[in-house]
Design a protein around this ligand. Structure first.
Ligand code: 4AD
Ligand code: MG
Length: 430
């Protein structure tokens, strides 16, 4: 019976054949232990000299790292491994020998691993992170589909900039100028007026010269947008959504979290509602903590966000930032025009901002004024303004950065390990 490692629990005591790679091997005179992986999981193969043909035992002993094989044997329960099963090997057929695989069990430097990302992805740790990323994606679709949202795909080649003009990737669009999308938000606003509650999920691009553990040049964003939702309504969607993905990973990725050594007690507490702190109070709090470098009107840096996050055991919303710090489209606070109806969601444990969101300006005149004040070309935003001319309504939305969320939930330090092929400052290879 041909099967995969994740399915072996169905074949205890039976003979199966698995296509696999040898990730490591240990052998003595009488027994060989093969660490096998097939992409779906990891299992130990045991080859006992006295139980197999001499030729099979010699073959097992000579297997090199990453050689691909078909291996046949009997599935046994194994209470010592967290996976719970092992394979008692009977037969080995080599598919392709691998020699001098560059990534050995010894420690390698980050740049070396990044240069070999196409091979590094095979490691147990990277496998776990990719599985958690996939679970977050699955739980995202589940959450929005179950809550009446329609997925809408905004364009990637665009003629306008939602998040400021300094970080745009420019390209030629035949004779015209075009930009790679930084955010699908403006198009999602149009979609919300057509379909009510919508979400997008796609790649976004920022030509940011930032070299931090939180910044990618190309990253994936989930952007929900809801017609007739005020700011507070949107915060409730955000905390429920984030709780749902954390609880789904806890439930469906136990082995992966264990492999990464993640402290899951910290994740178990992540349930809605989440605390809120206004920007004003956050500034006061930072002063009390001795951050004299911050004045009202300044943006927070990573150390400030971390200090705020550390006083909560759940993600925290920082609400109502100064208007001057935020993009042109945010709805002013009704009593205080110097701040906007927005929130950033800051993850615990120093992972920083994972969501940015706001209520959107729905008044035509105010929106036009803001576009002009920000020095944006009104012609390019004509269609966006028209949304405010034909039955405009209050609406709100947000964007969750997938890689920062994967980093936080997996407990990995740097976003470069949370996307298969990271695009970083000075890195377009592999
Ligand atoms: O806060 P941002 O810039 O918000 C927007 O783009 C809005 N238009 C979203 C919306 O309301 N529809 O980005 C949203 C999130 C951030 O909170 C962060 O998680 C992630 O996207 N993000 C990045 N992730 C990795 N690398 C980068 N360079 C990122 N820039 C933003
Ligand atoms: Mg932001």
């Amino acid at each position: 019976m041909k099967t995969t490692i994740t399915e072996v629990n169905k074949y205890v005591g039976q003979e199966v054949t698995i296509g696999a790679w040898v990730s490591n091997k240990r052998s003595s005179g009488k027994i060989a232990f093969l660490q096998l992986r097939d992409g779906t999981g990891f299992i130990q193969g045991v080859v006992v000299k006295n139980d197999v043909d001499e030729e099979v035992f010699q073959k097992a002993k000579s297997l090199t790292q990453e050689t691909s094989i078909f291996v046949t044997g009997t599935i046994q329960e194994d209470s010592r491994s967290s996976f719970g099963f092992e394979l008692l090997v009977k037969e080995i057929q080599v598919i392709n020998e691998s020699h001098d695989f560059p990534i050995t069990p010894k420690e390698h430097g980050t740049e070396f691993l990044m240069d070999h990302r196409h091979l590094w992805l095979r490691s147990r740790r990277q496998h776990a992170v990719m599985k958690i990323r996939n679970e977050i994606i699955r739980a995202t679709y589940e959450f929005f589909n179950e809550n009446g949202f329609t997925k809408v795909d905004p364009p990637i080649l665009t003629g306008s900039a939602p998040e400021g003009t300094t970080e745009l990737f420019h390209t030629k669009y035949f004779e015209e100028d075009a930009y790679l999308s930084q955010s699908g938000q403006l198009y999602m606003e149009a979609a919300a007026f057509a379909l009510g509650k919508v979400f997008s999920f796609g790649p976004t691009f920022r030509a940011e010269k930032s070299k931090t553990r939180r910044h990618l040049i190309e990253f994936w964003m989930i952007e929900p947008e809801m017609a007739f939702y005020e700011h507070e309504d949107s915060l409730q969607v955000q905390e429920q959504y984030v709780s749902h993905i954390v609880q789904s990973v806890l439930k469906n990725c136990k082995l992966e979290l264990e492999r990464l050594g993640r402290d899951t007690s910290k994740l178990e507490q992540i349930k809605a509602p989440f605390p809120r702190i206004s920007y004003d109070d956050a500034v006061k709090f930072l002063h009390e903590k001795g951050f004299d470098d911050i004045e009202w009107g300044d943006d927070f840096g990573a150390p400030h966000e971390t200090a705020i996050a550390e006083s909560f055991d759940k993600p925290v919303f920082i609400t109502n930032y100064p208007t001057s710090l935020k993009p042109f489209y945010m709805q002013p606070h009704p009593e205080r025009p110097e701040v906007v109806l927005c929130a950033d969601l800051i993850a615990p444990e120093g992972y920083g901002e994972i969501i940015g969101g706001s209520e959107r300006i729905h008044d035509y005149e105010l929106m036009k004024k803001r576009i002009e004040e920000h020095g944006l070309p009104v012609e390019a935003y004509q269609w966006y303004l028209e949304l405010r001319q034909y039955g405009s309504v209050p609406h709100s939305g947000f964007g969750l950065g997938l890689e920062r969320t994967v980093a936080w939930i997996s407990g990995v330090e740097h976003v470069r390990e949370t996307i298969p092929f990271p695009r970083l400052l000075n890195r377009l290879y592999p």
